[in-house]
Design a protein around this ligand. Structure first.
Ligand SMILES: Cc1ncc(COP(=O)(O)O)c(C=O)c1O
Length: 388
């Protein structure tokens, strides 16, 4: 495949090697612990370069390698390592660059288990966390300390959808020799190109749109150059691995990512725009709508949107909100997203240095692949119930 192939071509062909496997298009699912080296000489050769050879089941198989190759091509990375969940990807990426006595900057709207990792787990190992306002761009440099080693970014942020000025952050970080790790799950390597915007490490919960069918957990860490080996060392030291079945499912999901994302995008925009005109709704937090903080940066840096967005209701009791949620027929109530089905979740936000709506009810919607008119009809019935 040509290096300058477009992203949809990469999605269809990267990591695909039919001529190595009797012409069969998809890779076999290699279940493995032992790798039989055959001879001592061969063992020594393979072990000399464990990054590129199969030496032990935990280190990878041709199935996981095919998936990793495809993700690297999509993200524009030199290397991707797959691990067992998005959270495992986040923790391995952070641990790759941190030592006792270091300081990290974490966006205040980070996925809550990332906050837990930083302020509780990493703290036990002598790493200090400072949260920062995600809408801060180059002014983040005011928070730099001599021991700041990592800036953690997530754009848009979990539940509240602020878009960060990633190029402004990576610019000041590079000058101060600080690594920028980004949770790129929302952009999926499809709508946001992290390495073109200066990010050092892009992590994703491939559990979401790559898998796409709510039936497997997987995480990816993508990087280039000098950042490759520290991440590989971290993943190997922690013993993270990936199940070959899940790698297969995620690779299969990737092949149809572009059509699914486009449909999620169109459906979600239709529902979000409809919601933004409803009298019960205060604000819709959808990066493609001007009501979303950082919308102009989304327009500049992203090439599209997906099925996930938030809404802030006008004053409403918690009980009324619960009745609304329980009354919907087509929306599941659940935490993951990126599957073919619609879901919602009451917004759960913890903030340290920024304010978030204290007394308003908020919901995160994931719009699936159903007919959007049916979804709107379902929500409309629920909203009518609120008026009774
Ligand atoms: C933005 C984001 N990052 C990371 C994760 C963690 O992914 P996983 O559930 O695969 O550990 C999630 C999961 O909901 C998420 O929403």
């Amino acid at each position: 495949m040509r290096k300058d192939a477009k992203r949809n071509t990469k999605l269809a062909h990267s990591g695909s090697h039919p001529s190595d496997q009797a012409g069969i298009v998809n890779p076999p699912i290699y279940r493995a612990s032992t790798v039989d080296y055959g001879t001592v000489a061969q063992m020594q050769t393979l072990r000399k370069n464990p990054n590129d050879n199969f030496v032990y089941g935990r280190i990878g198989t041709p199935t996981s390698k095919a998936f990793e190759e495809a993700v690297a091509a999509l993200e524009g990375a030199e290397r991707t390592i797959a691990v067992g969940s998005g959270l495992a990807a986040i923790s391995a990426a952070m641990l790759a660059f941190l030592n006792a006595g270091d300081h990290i900057l974490v966006c205040d709207n980070a996925y809550s288990p990332t906050r837990n990792l930083s302020e509780n787990f990493l703290k036990r190992f002598g790493v200090e966390t400072t949260y920062y306002d995600p809408l801060q761009g180059s002014a983040i440099s005011n928070l730099f300390q001599t021991n700041t080693k990592v800036i953690y970014t997530e754009s848009p942020g979990s539940h509240t959808f602020e878009i960060q000025d990633i190029p402004a952050i990576t610019d000041v970080a590079r000058k101060a020799n600080i690594k920028v790790v980004m949770d790129n799950t929302w952009g999926a390597g499809y709508f946001f190109k992290p390495f073109e915007h200066g990010v050092d490490i892009s992590v994703q919960a491939a559990t979401k749109y790559y898998v796409g069918h709510s039936d497997a957990m997987i995480g990816t860490i993508s990087m280039c150059g000098e950042n490759i080996q520290p991440v590989i060392n971290s993943v190997r030291t922690l013993g993270y691995n990936i199940s070959p079945d899940d790698a297969y499912l995620a690779l299969r999901g990737l092949r149809t990512l572009n059509v699914r994302l486009k449909r999620h995008e169109a459906n979600a925009l239709k529902v979000a725009k409809w919601l933004s005109c409803r009298p019960e709704i205060d604000r819709v937090l959808h990066p493609a709508l001007p009501s979303c903080p950082g919308h102009d940066i989304w327009q500049r840096d992203f090439t599209g949107s997906n099925g996930l967005f938030g809404v802030v209701f006008k004053p409403l009791s918690e009980n009324a909100m619960h009745a609304f949620i329980d009354g919907l027929e087509l929306f599941g109530l659940g935490g993951s997203w990126g599957g073919y089905e619609s879901l919602l979740l009451p917004t759960d936000v913890t903030r340290t240095v920024t304010e978030w709506e204290k007394n308003k009810q908020c919901i995160r919607f994931h719009i699936g692949l159903e007919d959007p008119d049916d979804l709107i009809g379902d929500i409309e019935s629920g909203l009518k119930g609120l008026q009774n």
